[in-house]
Design a protein around this ligand. Structure first.
Ligand SMILES: Cc1cc2nc3c(=O)[nH]c(=O)nc-3n(C[C@H](O)[C@H](O)[C@H](O)COP(=O)(O)OP(=O)(O)OC[C@H]3O[C@@H](n4cnc5c(N)ncnc54)[C@H](O)[C@@H]3O)c2cc1C
Length: 479
């Protein structure tokens, strides 16, 4: 290991959503910052993210006459999470989110013209406070570049890419005084270098690219492959090694209805079903791995759908329908016509199945055939007498005309729910609530579960990541 005498006011681990604003604002305050990233470029998950943000009391809202407040935003998060979000952390995020959105606009961020919206793809907000840009996460990254590059050019920020932090340096009393980094992250081999600083901010994202860690915390495999490949859980490993503890364990939740590209676990998502009744009423039925229906398919609440799928085997369902529904119903999958569904099923493409009888369909789709036949018969009986045993209201037709189809859908998530526990100053805390001196964390390193609890509040990963990064650089970093 080679040693370095370089010493900074602040070391930021991760040049992504939280790390970039932290560096920009700390530089504005005159701090010297070392920003390390394992990847060959800055941006982190902003390269992949939908970049949807939510904030209350923004200039944009005021311009459009929308009345909102951080208190209403927090009420919504507590309502959506059924009281399971951490009000301290969620409160810190919503109280400071408007300043973040206003700042983004100041540096050139342009929300879509019709925004803000309530956001109907997750459980909706009560007020229009949800925005994103044309290029999703990349719209945010694009506007962060100029202030960040200015901070590097001024000499305030030293950026080292391809540099993965492997451990923290702690003094005898537990104070974090620096990091050890592998300066050739590609190979993971020597040389390692030690850097010291008065404060270290862990902004190294979650653990979505670490399948073992995902399974450990979720108790499910990571089905979807949509992670930033450098986010392998180092944030947690580093924070725990310094005495930190985890939070957010009760917040595991997946989205509904992804159709995967292959049977591999994880797999990329090929497409997704439209399961929102306000956009398209369901003509099909959904069955679980036992071949049984498990919810009314026209269930209006996204949150209910997301929770019900959590208790189905392997978090998956099969969408079952017949030839007449395929021909007559509105498109089930955006940008995927009925002819394409037919062709995919006839060609035995993964997740798509077709057969001339329900029994054969069940065999092809890996479902118990007797159970599926019974399920279809029961549904048809309910459809005929207008009384569905699960309370479904929208039943335009029965399932009767061969060929029959099934599409296997998977619940997946894009974020890690467990993270490092912090206090209101973003200091990493120990079991006894005392802070690990010198160590801070922001972004997905804090996990999704603490801020959102067991419910998905739109934009409440990107917004807190940017906001906590900004707050830390602007005021929380002790100088
Ligand atoms: C497909 C997708 C869609 C999403 N859509 C939304 C959305 O619309 N709204 C929302 O709120 N959230 C969304 N999210 C989640 C959100 O984008 C992320 O939670 C957030 O961007 C994470 O920010 P971060 O700063 O914590 O991590 P990142 O932005 O990922 O930055 C972490 C950085 O740390 C680096 N790093 C990791 N380990 C080390 C190490 N040991 N040493 C040095 N560097 C390291 C990485 O290379 C990376 O650059 C989405 C996520 C995905 C994947």
């Amino acid at each position: 290991m080679s040693s370095s005498n370089s010493s900074f006011d602040l070391i930021v681990i991760g040049a992504g959503t939280a790390g970039l604003p932290a560096a920009i604002f700390a530089a504005e305050r005159g701090a010297s910052i070392l920003l390390l990233d394992a990847a060959p470029e800055i941006g982190g998950t902003l390269h992949l993210s939908s970049g949807q943000m939510s904030a209350a009391g923004t200039r944009l809202q005021k311009k459009k006459g929308i009345e909102d407040s951080p208190a209403l935003h927090l009420n919504d998060i507590m309502r959506i999470s059924k009281g399971t979000a951490d009000p301290m952390l969620a409160g810190l995020a919503v109280n400071n989110a408007a300043d973040t959105l206003d700042w983004l606009e100041d540096i050139g961020f342009a929300p879509l013209p019709a925004h803000p919206v309530k956001g109907l793809f997750h459980e909706p907000y009560t007020v229009e406070r949800y925005v994103w840009g044309e290029r999703m996460g990349k719209s945010i990254l694009a506007v962060l570049r100029a202030p960040f590059e200015a901070a590097v050019e001024s000499g305030a920020v030293t950026l080292k890419l391809n540099t993965r932090v492997s451990s923290l340096v702690q003094s005898e009393d537990g104070t974090v005084t620096g990091v050890v980094a592998c300066t050739d992250a590609d190979t993971g081999s020597e040389p390692e270098e030690t850097f010291s600083a008065k404060a270290v901010l862990i902004a190294a994202g979650g653990y979505m690219a670490n399948r073992d860690m995902y399974k450990l915390y979720a108790d499910h495999p990571c089905y979807g492959d949509h992670s930033y490949p450098f986010n392998v859980g180092d944030a947690l490993t580093l924070g725990l090694s310094a005495g930190g503890i985890t939070q957010g364990e009760n917040g595991y939740l997946t989205s509904f209805g992804s159709i995967m590209r292959s049977y591999d676990v994880p797999s990329k998502v090929r497409c997704a079903q439209t399961h929102w009744p306000h956009i398209r009423m369901p003509w099909e039925i959904y069955v679980n791995g036992h071949g049984q229906r498990f919810m009314r398919e026209d269930e209006p609440s996204v949150d209910v759908r997301e929770h019900v799928i959590q208790v189905q085997p392997d978090l998956r369902h099969w969408i079952v329908f017949d030839a007449t529904t395929l021909a007559q119903a509105p498109d089930l999958i955006p940008d995927f016509s009925a002819d394409q569904i037919k062709a995919a099923a006839e060609n035995d493409e993964p997740m798509f199945y077709a057969a001339d009888s329900i029994a054969t369909l069940a065999n092809k789709a890996g479902l118990p055939s007797k159970a599926l036949m019974q399920t279809v018969a029961d549904y048809n009986a309910g459809q005929a007498n207008g009384k569905d045993f699960l309370g479904r209201k929208y039943m335009p037709r029965h399932i009767a005309d061969a060929p029959f189809y099934a599409i296997r859908a998977q619940a997946t998530t894009v974020s890690s729910h467990v993270g490092l526990a912090v206090n209101a100053e973003l200091q990493v805390v120990r079991d006894d609530a005392s802070a690990v001196p010198g160590l801070y964390a922001a972004g997905e390193a804090l996990g999704r579960g603490a801020i959102m609890g067991s419910g998905i509040s739109g934009g409440m990963l990107v917004t807190p990541a940017l906001t906590f990064g900004r707050l830390f650089g602007q005021s929380l970093l002790p100088l």
